[in-house]
Ligand binder design. Structure first.
Ligand code: XMP
Length: 317
């Protein structure tokens, strides 16, 4: 039985030995794993760890501000935000194939990050790999083709000439959360639902543009706030909105409206491999729907996704 206090002390000591005097870089997404990895390495070597937070324009409402507020202002990490919104959005223009979107975003991410690593003169790269990732990648070597080519920062090292540092390699997710709490990372980060690397690009079905992203961001924000308010956010494994490329007729006042259909996706799952749609009470769904229809211009109809995985996947793309 593994004492996590000791783990933290020993790991910091180990990291200090390995990395003191070195320049170290990390891609910080604001997700649980990368956050805990960064804070742990920061404890060991301080500002010699530079965390790079890439704003690719596909993040949720307030997300860049919240991440910078927690990691820069509150936890005092050396973190830079790269505003790469235009780069990503111009590359994605007119692209509707989900795998192409993932490929473009993955490659562009590497390019942005590579520039940062070079200009900082980094020799080491921190990654938030945890035990289940180690198992997964061992399996996927032999497995049949993946359904979706998951892009996250795990794709970084092969193309870069940096030594990899993976302080969480031996931990399970629940242990990572406990370590994060012990390191003083706020609950909002530790209990964050997973968010895909390609972000909202795979939640705007079809080609992505700024107008659609704005509609989706507002709707998603209302969904998440309402789930928090009603106590459902932490009971659900993942909840999000999806903007469909379908418009539907409605009435606004006494006029005909013709606006987008928005799908709400909420699932219960353990590791994301299988999932059940969440049995959220009707009154909560009602509140979500009313708030979105009243508050988000461009959405004319809200539907709830009642598909489990398999055969449906969690994301729509
Ligand atoms: P699916 O849609 O495959 O999703 O049932 C399972 C889990 O993986 C997340 N997901 C991704 N994560 N890059 C990521 O980092 C991706 O391209 C990607 N696609 C799906 C999804 O949000 C869910 O948690």
């Amino acid at each position: 039985n593994w004492n996590l206090e000791d783990f933290i002390t020993q790991k910091i000591e180990e990291l200090r030995k390995e990395l003191s005097g070195k320049k170290v870089i990390a891609a910080l997404s604001g997700g649980v794993d990368s956050s805990v990895a960064c804070v742990l390495v920061h404890r060991a070597i301080g500002t010699n760890l530079r965390c790079v937070f890439v704003d690719h324009g596909l993040l949720r409402k307030n997300e860049p501000e919240e991440v910078m507020d927690v990691f820069k202002n509150m936890l005092q990490l050396n973190v830079v935000k790269i505003d790469a919104r235009e780069r990503f959005l111009s590359k994605l223009k007119g692209v509707d194939d989900p795998e192409k979107k993932r490929k473009i975003i993955g490659e562009e991410f590497i390019r942005v990050f590579e520039q940062e690593a070079k200009s900082y003169g980094a020799t080491h790269l921190v990654q938030g790999t945890i035990y289940s990732d180690v198992i997964e990648s061992a399996k996927s070597g032999k497995k049949t083709a993946a359904i979706k080519s998951h892009h996250n920062v795990g794709g970084l090292p092969e193309k870069m000439d940096l030594k990899i540092v993976e302080p969480l390699r031996n931990l399970f997710k629940d242990e990572v959360r406990i370590v994060g709490e012990m390191l003083g990372i706020p609950r909002s980060v530790i209990h964050r639902q997973p968010f895909p690397g390609p972000g909202l690009a795979v939640r705007v079905i079809g080609p992505v543009d700024e107008e659609k992203l704005d509609i989706l961001r507002e709707a998603d924000y209302i969904l998440i706030e309402t789930l928090r308010e009603t106590g459902w956010y932490e009971k659900i494994w993942q909840a999000f909105a999806v903007l469909l490329p379908v418009r539907s007729v409605g009435v606004r006042g006494d006029r005909r409206a013709y606006d987008y259909v928005l799908a709400i996706r909420c699932v219960d799952s353990v590791e994301g491999m299988t999932a059940d749609w969440s049995k959220i009470p009707h009154d909560v769904l009602d509140l979500i729907s009313r708030r979105i229809l009243n508050g988000v211009k461009g959405v004319g109809r809200v539907v709830y996704d009642i598909s489990s995985k398999p055969p449906a996947t969690i994301e729509w793309e």
